[in-house]
Ligand binder design. Structure first.
Ligand code: GKR
Ligand code: MG
Length: 441
């Protein structure tokens, strides 16, 4: 018998996969003073931890951005999930979150570091954490790892690249922050020293430098120094769109012999297409293709050769597969982008990356920069790789004390750090500094 118009009934004699409770815990996580073209990371960054609990007491975990605009959508969504099934992931994505498009009109994502902001991208950035939590709960209930639910793993480990940043030794004087043991990195020698530490601690075999911080010649010198210190290791440089077409082509000419790819040298598909036409260096992006709607123009104009997926804003692990399929159809490579994130997200990234065919580039991850996590056991990088867990679900467990501690930090914050704003954090150190106008060089 069918039950048209009703929620699918996944209750069985042995398990009840109905959502009985959804817990949302916003937290603030310590972040070092990492520099980018917009400014500097705040001392604490907001994340949201999602727990979906079934009637049988199985808990699925998810993680996404914790800024106010995401929390405002996550709260009503959490209420609407009660009584649905964690198996009903297609139904989850059909829920209208009522995002008012005019609210994000003309906005950029993450202060200009993550491409456009659109109502749909905002919606997907919230839904993705719930999707991951549903998949985690499904896996735990069925005794299967998430990768099995996605069709099975194609690899036993996932390779990540070291994510190098120019950074200060510490946050500005007088700013409450956690210390870090990485030291400053503000010139080629500092970047090479940071890369050595990454290699010693985690065994990474490829390196990405976050650029757009200093004039291009200084960043070219840093990449040259990396090439000399680590011959044969794949290198990437990512100024987050801070250069003109002309500057991008100059950098491509000067570093063409050592770059695996150049990431978002300039802003927007037309400018990226111009750079692409003028160089053989592959171009990667997490800025001009961040939604399905942007694919057609970028691919038909050959503006990018590698798309850096990110399950948070592409709409989850299943959408990551859809993106990979479109990329494959156009002969465009795929890899993975990262913002500041914790272990739940790294576990999700690793599970999906294990199942994506044709993943030929090491994925990005900020995780080594996070000294705090909400897991009972941190995920580890060995030889630059994370082992794909075969445990049920994501294979990770929450440390409730740590979750409560990081939530207290969020609750006690006066609101200043609850929304990521790298430009504002930079103005604390340099009060007169203006919002950068792109292209900067
Ligand atoms: O965290 O400073 C940062 C990065 O610049 C990040 O915001 C970017 O979105 O890492 C990202 C990237 O690859 O562009
Ligand atoms: Mg990037």
């Amino acid at each position: 018998m069918t039950n048209h118009g009703q929620q699918p009934n996944h209750q069985s004699a042995t398990r009840d996969l109905t959502v009985a409770e959804v817990r949302l815990t916003p937290i603030l996580v310590a972040d070092p003073p990492l520099l980018n073209t917009q400014g500097v990371h705040q001392p604490y960054t907001p994340r949201l931890i999602v727990e979906i609990v079934t009637a049988d007491g199985v808990t699925g975990l998810g993680e996404t951005y914790g800024d106010t605009k995401y929390l405002e959508l996550a709260r009503p969504l959490a209420e609407r999930l009660i009584g649905r099934s964690v198996m009903d992931v297609n139904g989850l994505f059909a829920i209208d979150l009522g995002v008012d498009a005019s609210r994000v009109q003309g906005e950029v994502d993450a202060g200009g570091l993550r491409g456009v902001q659109s109502a749909d991208k905002l919606r997907l950035s919230v839904l993705s954490a719930f999707e991951v939590a549903c998949l985690d709960a499904q896996g735990k209930a069925l005794g299967l790892p998430v990768h099995a639910l996605l069709g099975g793993k194609l690899r036993d480990t996932v390779e990540y690249s070291a994510y190098l940043f120019y950074k200060w030794a510490g946050h500005p004087a007088g700013v409450a922050a956690e210390p870090d043991d990485w030291g400053a990195a503000l010139d080629p020698a500092g970047i090479v020293a940071q890369a050595r530490t990454f290699k010693e601690r985690y065994g990474f075999g490829s390196f990405k430098l976050k650029g757009g911080v200093f004039p291009p010649d200084e960043e070219i010198a840093a990449v040259r120094a990396l090439a000399e210190a680590f011959p044969g290791h794949p290198l990437r440089l990512d100024p987050n769109g801070a250069w003109s077409v002309e500057t991008s082509l100059k950098v491509a000419r000067e570093l063409g012999d050592v770059l695996e790819y150049l990431e978002d040298p300039t802003l927007g598909t037309p400018a990226m297409a111009e750079v692409s036409a003028g160089t053989d260096v592959p171009l990667a992006t997490n800025m001009c293709v961040t939604t399905f709607g942007e694919i057609k123009e970028a691919f038909t104009r050959d503006a990018v050769q590698v798309v850096l997926s990110d399950h948070h804003y592409w709409g989850g692990l299943r959408n990551t597969h859809r993106l990979a399929a479109v990329c494959a159809a156009f002969g465009v490579g795929i890899s993975m982008h990262s913002n500041t994130h914790l272990g739940i997200s790294l576990a999700a990234m690793t599970q999906v990356a294990a199942t994506v065919p044709g993943l030929h580039h090491a994925c990005d991850s900020h995780y080594p920069w996070q000294s705090e996590d909400v897991l009972t056991e941190r995920l580890v990088f060995t030889d630059g790789r994370v082992v794909v867990s075969d445990e049920p679900g994501l294979g990770v467990a929450l440390d409730r004390d740590e979750l409560a501690r990081l939530h207290r930090r969020w609750a006690e914050d006066d609101g200043a750090l609850r929304d990521r704003d790298d430009a504002a954090a930079m103005r604390v150190a340099e009060p007169g500094r203006r919002q950068p106008v792109m292209p900067r060089w």
